[in-house]
Write a protein that binds this ligand. Sequence first.
Ligand code: F6R
Length: 610
Amino acid sequence: MCGIVGYVGHEAAAPILLDSLRRLEYRGYDSAGLAVHSQGRIQILRTVGKLRNLENALAEKGLPGSVGIGHTRWATHGRPSEVNAHPHVAGPIAVVHNGIIENHLQLRSQLEASGVTMSSDTDTEIVSHLIHRESVGGHDLVTSVRKALAQVHGAYAIAVLSAAEPDRVVVAKKASPLVIGVTRQATYCASDIPALLPYTNEMVFMEDEELAVLEADGFSLSTLGGAALSRRPRRISWSPIMAEKAGFKHFMLKEIFEQPRALEDTLRGRLDRENGDVLTAEIGLNEDDARNIRRVILLACGTSHHATLAGRYWLEDLAKVPAITELASEFRGRDAIVGEGDLVIAVSQSGETIDTLMAAKAAKERGAKLLAIANVNGSAIPRMADASFYTHAGPEIGVASTKCFTAQLANLLMFSIWLGKRRGTLDAAQARELVEGLARVPNLIEERLKPSLDAISEMVREFSDARDVLFLGRGLSYPMALEGALKLKEISYVHAEGYAAGEMKHGPIALLDARVPVVVLMPRDRHYERVSSNLQEAKAREAKIIGITTAGDAEAQALCDAVVEVASTHEALSPFVTVVPLQLYAYCVADHKGTDVDQPRNLAKTVTVE
Ligand code: F6R
């Protein structure tokens, strides 16, 4: 996690770096810092806590100069404190870093044995000392960085300043993301695209084991070994306004409300309504490939994993292909059986989650075909994949994923329809019904957003003091129950569990009493009767029932203490409509409690540590 930025130009660097960091704060927010070349030396400013503390310190002290680097931290090694905040300094060298240096203990003892005194508990400080040691040996900054990184194992995106070379920033990366932004007057770098959008749309994505020298009039790219590379910038279509709150109180609420637009953008040009088919060359498979897939393995983490759970139901139901889902961290932690004939679909909003990246890489190395579903164009997982089927949800800033989740669902369903048609398991009428239904989903969500928000914000007054909440669903509603519980946990800090409704009597029923609200997802599908029985079992233990029911379902509503109505859909499309009230429920509870909705404690948007 953590976010790094750099600027080399002719304007004051500190405000630009701060502004870019603000757009990266979702990556970590327990301390922050800047280093700027100022009057022949490097000046540093570091503060604990959110960026506004750095902003206040900057207003007080100033940091003149037009070349600098910055960092916002999510602590891995060493608690959040000023000494552990980046940039880390050794002699004339200042470094910001995102990632983890795996051999830091060994390097630390070597450095200490040679007389170096460390001032922090971080792994990053070691990198600054290694670079310093090389520069004392007479090397220029680029050579010192190369030689230092040759001693380091692990993941890094670093930006480095040297007091001796005041016109440049040297950056390098391995396994952590880094993008360079270019204009005629300045060169920028950042961990993620939104940080640079107000300044440029022309971006260069760095690959692993590459190094770049950023100067005001451009950049030069090479491998860490020193071979020169040339790469043209790509034009990024996101606009800066997409990463603003647009009048909403929080990014999360804005992003929940953006779902109809995000889905429309994701579906655009991909649904062939006339023929009831999905049009996509991006999938990278031909008709033979589609028929010959032996098995699909879906890999992801967190919310993206919940999308894959729905994906598995669709793949098996519509394309009749064996499909398994696995948490990427577990898949890579065991000797998973995977190889030729397997199609691995790695699903990741950021396209950078390290566990998903490494699991997908291992599967590809063993012969599986790799399809990426990601939201960030040009991110690491799509770059490694055989093909990429992007979601077009736009930048997601709230740490809790919402619009990217429903966009991932859309891609997984489109893929399942495409595959079902090619494998002959989905007839023309079924496919047409699904395609038509999917095309209508953005409207169905739109119509109920405002009424649901109104109903839920009233409802949470009664339920927001609950210490535990249970979410129950069957079939496609089960992964949505998991997602509802995760959303509530991460932003409101309320203990919540998502359960397959049929499992309730195998344990969680013991938790139930009048103080435990149970959210029951009960769209009118094939599981309805059985979910209704589970609801009665919870009610019999005096639990308060919040029903997510199909509009007009008086029978279900009579059983519930509170109800949020969702649109009636084809059974396969129910996740799109049932998950939205759960996102709103989590949002309203968190807002009612006054937690930091967009930047919940201990979390970060892009998880680049294992
Ligand atoms: C929760 C959330 C996380 C992410 C997870 C994977 O709201 O956003 O659980 O889903 O960290 O991230 P990506 O999708 O970027 O791989």
